[in-house]
Design a protein around this ligand. Sequence first.
Ligand SMILES: Nc1ncnc2c1ncn2[C@@H]1O[C@H](COP(=O)(O)OP(=O)(O)OP(=O)(O)O)[C@@H](O)[C@H]1O
Ligand SMILES: [Mg+2]
Length: 243
Amino acid sequence: MGRYAIEFDDLSLRIAQEELLRGVSGKVEEGCIVALIGPSGAGKSTLMSVCNLMRTPTAGNVYVDGREVREWPVRKLRQKVGMVFQSPTIFPGTVEENLAYGLKLHGQSLQDPGSLLQDIGLDSDLRTRPGTELSGGQKQRVALGRTLAMQPDILLLDEVTSALDVHAKLEVERTILRLHDQRHTSMLWVTHDLEQARRVADIIWFMAEGRLVETADADSFFARPQTTEARRFMEMMAEGETR
Ligand SMILES: Nc1ncnc2c1ncn2[C@@H]1O[C@H](COP(=O)(O)OP(=O)(O)OP(=O)(O)O)[C@@H](O)[C@H]1O
Ligand SMILES: [Mg+2]
């Protein structure tokens, strides 16, 4: 049996009267890139947020590396499962201080800033620059670097390139793929950019209305989704592009 980085087992999440997740079951294989797609409000960000206990499930279980999330010491879980968001957070201070920020919270220091800068594709001259002076793409790479400094085995990426121009988007995307090659990090990658999903993903997960409606190999999904809901979504997205 293959090992799973993340396993959702009949997972539900309700807040007030709202069902954010409804019986989600699915497995992310170790070292695999899963692109999570679906309409706005489908529950994609919510699904990610239960993986590092930013939110707690109402029913069902989430296993990270075979262990239920609520059985993990939270700090350890958050070291293992790194998360990067759409808008990079940049703290006051230099690029290096920004990169070291998460480690510092864990009482550790950044051992080799030079090689981390190289990993995220930033020039070593930028190390002492104030983080706030960087371009959007550079800031996103710093945010990525800050997460990578924790050496996560699993990366949750929530629309990490959607605020970037095409050039910066492709650079950040390449950076992530190169890291994936080097570290074999398992990834759950939310994107609204279907071309990006096609470029980066091994597996596609399609969500709608809190359900995981379809999971498929990227090639077969893009050839033809099996469910009506996913087909409709793809048609709608294609219409949006030609409008
Ligand atoms: N704290 C909350 N209380 C109640 N409902 C919430 C809360 N947070 C999110 N929701 C609702 O949960 C649903 C799923 O939200 P979520 O952010 O996971 O969607 P998403 O698929 O990530 O959407 P997008 O593509 O726009 O980012 C939405 O209908 C949202 O309004
Ligand atoms: Mg979202």
